[in-house]
Design a binder for this molecule. Sequence first.
Ligand code: AMP
Length: 281
Amino acid sequence: MKVLSEISEIRRFFNQEEMHGKSIGFIPTMGALHEGHLSLVRQSIAENDITACSIFVNPAQFNNPDDLKKYPRDLNADLSLLEELKCDLVFHPSPEIMYPSQSITSFSFGYLEEIMEGKFRPGHFKGVALVVSKLLNILTPDKAYFGEKDLQQLTIIQTMSKELNIPVEIISVPTMRESDGLAMSSRNLRLNSQERISAADIYRALYKAKSELNDGKSVNTVKESVKDFFNDNSQIELEYFEVVRTSDLKEVSKLEAGEKVSLCIAGYLGKVRLIDNLSLI
Ligand code: AMP
């Protein structure tokens, strides 16, 4: 497995004659890899000749400096996991390589960056889009893999690559969960043992909301019931709970037959922010 940190080295790697005609799968990550990330890598390995993964904690997408500072990092452990899976290439650039000067290019995603994550993390998706577009231009993959865990990010990247005619297929991969339902996340490493137990409330609330909607309760009633759940029974401070149309993340007030809907949630457990979503067919 090659581990490279310079953009010119990546270009040279893909310009080698033996690379010509080979399909490239790419997984952008911020490291502190877990089974969720690895499921994206496994899928890429199964579907492409060459799999490349990036590990870069992107300063441009953190609106909270403390969150950036405390973001878990363990490069050696990440590299061993990727090596074991037989990933072909890891791109691990420094912030100076990715941002040699202050970027003045800026993306705008209209309503998509004003709702849910965009509302509570202003500028977050501009930073995500900037780094992902750079990485797609550097690695030129045929397919890039993103987790459904970050549904709004997935929707924004799909929209961006379609609108900019980036020649890449965006592949969405289902969320991997711990046995109690908690969505795997690098941020889970920051939870203490008591918080780790409480963290599963996020999934419990989603599951309960899904059952209630399937039982015919109205969207408004279910939203109230989710608020009550967190007020009455949980250590988690709810930030938002939204019921949205999966195709464009527009809020829905009533379920329509045949329309795929997603239940999206974010909350704080102590200082750790957790997000998750569950789909309702
Ligand atoms: P991150 O390192 O958090 O930027 O995540 C890198 C990629 O892994 C993103 O596309 C995430 O959506 C995806 N991912 C993170 N957690 C999970 C999970 N539990 N299951 C599936 N994909 C995930």
